[in-house]
Ligand binder design. Structure first.
Ligand code: ZN
Length: 338
């Protein structure tokens, strides 16, 4: 299914705001690439479910084991916007990540889902003290929503900030464990970086995350793209790269983003909540987007990201500083004299 199908179900909280929902069909419900299939670490639930004529045969002798469906992404209850004239959210789209669709025309050209004047806000490399909360405050002041691609290590270091991101109704995806350039890694190392990142962000958040991924520095390889397709994880490149890791002056950053956007007319904007300059520039940038007549599109996943147990176990160790199997303190250290 490659067409974009509009359907009439809106989240209850959004009805009052008049926000429609859009379903973007994941393009490849059946992945026939042998390499990708071989790389699949776990049964891919959506594939079997979407393809009644799939090659999965259940014999009379074997117990009929139905792989579980990916759980639907829970919705955060949202209060109506109290700020008159705020930028807000023009449209919410739900993305079916089965088959690992790619978005952002810099690398992926299959799905042109934005209308003229529509913008998706994305922030990479957080969560980070100071800057991420400032980005959240700027977004809240305009009642608008974004997608955050968090680094696993940063999520483990600052889980309380990551929780604020999710609690505010933003979408949280992942951006590898340590921001490694996957084009310089072996496929096994790349898989570890991806999976540790997903498990770390999920563990730090303490709840489900989106099966949304962005390659560090946008460097992808065919092997890793196939791997993510097999894992039913959507990949996000960009349409408007802010280069905010180079442009630190607020006015220059705003001018750069707005001029690129006006030229292209729409797009997924790549920014970094890790960058101080971006956090400082965001209130004015959002005001300029509003003044320029742009509408924000909020991305949501249809289903949650499914983590792999061995990486979850690894991350559980990380969170506890490698002491997950420690005995209770009072059974190890006992006061014998005071
Ligand atoms: Zn990054």
């Amino acid at each position: 299914m490659r067409a974009i199908v509009v359907y009439g179900v809106s989240a209850v909280a959004l009805v009052g705001l008049g926000i429609g929902s859009l379903f973007i069909g994941g393009g490849k419900s059946t992945n026939t690439d042998p390499a990708a299939v071989a790389a699949k670490p776990a049964p891919v639930e959506a594939t079997a479910a979407l393809a009644p004529s799939s090659k999965v045969q259940v014999t009379a002798q074997a117990p009929a084991v139905q792989p579980p469906q990916p759980a639907p992404m829970p919705r955060v209850a949202e209060a109506p916007c109290q700020t008159p004239g705020a930028l807000g959210v023009g449209r919410v789209v739900e993305i079916d990540t089965s088959g690992g669709p790619g978005f952002g025309f810099q690398h992926f050209k299959a799905y042109d889902f934005l209308n003229a004047g529509e913008v998706v806000l994305t922030f990479d490399d957080g969560p980070w003290p100071g800057n991420t909360p400032a980005v959240l405050a700027a977004l809240a002041a305009q009642c608008t929503k974004a997608t955050f691609f968090s680094i696993g290590k940063h999520a483990i270091w600052h889980p309380e900030i990551l929780k604020q991101v999710a609690a505010a109704g933003h979408t949280v995806g992942s951006h590898t464990w340590s921001h490694a350039d996957l084009s310089k890694k072996t496929p096994d190392e790349g898989k570890d970086e991806i999976e540790k990142g997903i498990s770390a962000v999920r563990a730090a958040l303490g709840g489900p995350i989106a099966p949304f991924f962005r390659f560090p520095t946008l460097r992808q390889t065919p092997e890793m793209v196939s791997y993510l397709e097999g894992r039913n994880i959507a990949m996000f490149s960009t349409d408007v790269d802010s280069f905010d890791f180079k442009i630190h002056k607020e006015d220059q950053l705003i001018t750069s983003v707005m001029s690129k956007l006006k030229k292209q007319g729409k797009g997924i904007i790549l920014m970094h909540d890790f960058q101080h300059g971006t956090a400082q520039a965001l209130p004015q940038l959002l005001a300029d987007l509003k003044a320029g007549g742009f509408k924000i599109v909020h991305l949501r996943p249809k289903s949650v990201a499914e983590t792999l147990p061995q990486y979850d176990a690894m991350m559980s160790q990380e969170i506890k500083g490698g002491t997950a199997n420690a005995k209770p303190t009072n059974s190890v250290v006992r006061t014998v004299s005071e």
